[in-house]
Ligand binder design. Structure first.
Ligand code: IFM
Length: 471
């Protein structure tokens, strides 16, 4: 049995994403390097990380608006970000000019329902309507995420995801979005990485709402699961022509080198981190290890509501987690070191495309082989508050190797329909602020001017031909 505290420590290692020297992992022969012509090539972003304009046109505050700058590595906030609220036309042009046919963006709940409940802000919906029209005008298919962590502050004040009532407010918001955009947006991603929101936001306190209370794992996990199922039902009730899915941050949990007990620590962490969202969705039950956490909040009928069919599962993958046995912690589990000599990303985690292969294998063997979209993958420049690296060969190498893993899985039978690079323009990376840069495009933070990096041209060639080069 593992405790909440131990899980929390482990989550710190798994929740944070980011590149270094890299070698080949998956051996893909030349004839298998061609992706199908209908494969969706795209980029992914999230509202709070790019929009800025936090008080424009009636937007209400979100939990991230009040998150202390002192908890951000460069003491910044998301008030400006990419100013994409005003510059969305430029961003859509960058996407279309790269030959990309898909854009995954998120909708800010507090722009649509500023107080989280009650009055609707038509101006907020109009913004997303313009954004969608701009995409469609350039032949880009919109993929809208409904929740990427920016809960309206007013709802947090009423308990946030700890409160069951928030699930109903989420459904109302989903209904408003589908009524306004469902005639043009056909792909909906209900949640983004809910387990990161649970741990980083409610247990570790390093993300908004900044709570550090391990007893919240159960209620917050369950209410996110429940809200997801309820929203899927509501979207489908509103329209029958939608592709509805959700996005999870999935990662293999590996034992750190050393004690054989590290094996048990890694296993326990896996069951909660991956299993507490995958199992309810695909199997209608929580994994054994997580049942104790959720037992006080699960009500009759909830598991049936959560177990909805998905038209696709969004998979976000960056790095494996490494866990170790820790006698000093309650749970006897803590984040450990990756194996020595491995290639590390900007966050100090092992770069390992094999981890993505592993995740895709589980989905084939244990979860009924759902249709998959890789809804995020990418890597950060080395942390710096200075200018971005424009000749970013490391990023090309990282993406190439992960795409080799994707294609290998497709050859092995995984129905993978697309790949969305995280991200388009260097943006505001939560607790890392602006010092972490994941973009194919750099941004001058003074002028807002966007400059494509080397990886932008590489990704464009890939999207246009579907042919993955050998490097
Ligand atoms: O920037 C984040 C995104 O919001 C969620 N997935 C991981 C990305 C990189 O850390």
């Amino acid at each position: 049995m593992i405790s909440r505290r131990g899980l929390a420590l482990g989550a710190g290692a798994a929740a944070l994403a980011g590149c270094a020297k890299q070698g080949p992992v998956v051996n893909l022969p030349p004839r298998e390097r061609q992706f199908p012509s209908d494969f969706a090539w795209g980029v992914a972003t999230s509202a709070f990380q790019i929009e800025g304009a936090l008080t424009a046109d009636g937007r209400g505050p979100s939990i991230w608006d009040v998150f202390p700058r002192s908890k951000i590595a460069d003491a910044s906030d998301g008030a400006e970000a990419n100013d994409s609220y005003h510059r969305y036309g430029e961003d859509v042009a960058l996407i279309a000019d790269a030959g990309l046919k898909a854009y995954r963006f998120s909708i800010a709940w507090p722009r649509v329902v500023p107080e989280g409940a009650g009055a609707v802000n038509q101006a907020g919906l109009d913004y997303y309507s313009r954004l969608v029209d701009a995409q469609l005008a350039r032949g880009v298919v919109p993929y809208a995420t409904l929740f990427h962590w920016d809960l309206p502050l007013a709802l947090q004040e009423r308990g946030g995801w700890r409160a069951r009532d928030t699930t109903s407010r989420f459904v109302e918001y989903a209904q408003l979005v589908v009524q306004a955009l469902g005639d043009r947006v056909k792909h909906f991603i209900v949640m983004n990485e809910p387990m990161v929101h649970v741990f980083a936001g409610h247990v570790l306190g390093v993300h908004a709402p900044g709570l550090a209370d391990a007893s919240l794992i159960g209620p917050v996990t369950h209410h996110l699961n429940l809200a997801q199922g309820m929203a899927m039902q509501a979207l489908r009730a509103a329209r029958s022509d939608l592709a509805v899915g959700t996005t999870l941050a999935l990662t293999p949990s590996r034992p750190s080198p050393g004690l054989f007990l590290n094996e048990a620590a890694a296993k326990g962490f896996d069951r909660v981190w991956n299993g507490a969202f995958l199992d309810p969705l695909f199997k209608g039950r929580y994994p054994e290890t997580a049942r104790d956490f959720v037992k006080d909040v699960v009500r009759d009928g909830d598991m049936e509501t959560i177990r909805q069919p998905v038209d696709f599962l969004g998979v976000n993958y960056y790095a494996p987690a490494h866990m170790r046995f820790d006698l000093m912690s309650d749970a006897h589990i803590a984040p450990g070191d990756p194996p020595e000599g491995g290639e590390l990303d900007a966050f100090g985690r092992q770069i390992d495309p094999g981890g993505l292969s592993e995740v895709l294998n589980w989905l084939r063997s244990d979860y009924g082989n759902p249709r998959v979209l890789i809804t995020e993958n990418g890597c950060s420049d080395p942390f710096s508050t200075g200018p971005a690296v424009i000749e970013d060969g490391f990023r090309v190498a990282y993406v190439r190797r992960h795409l080799e893993a994707v294609k290998r899985a497709m050859e092995d039978g995984s129905p993978i329909g697309g790949y969305f690079h995280w991200t388009l323009v260097d943006n505001w990376e939560w607790a890392e602020g602006y010092r972490s840069k994941f973009g194919l495009v750099a941004q001058d933070r003074t002028t807002g001017v966007r400059t494509p990096k080397a990886s932008y041209a590489w990704f464009k060639a890939l999207a246009e031909t579907g042919a993955l080069d050998q490097g």
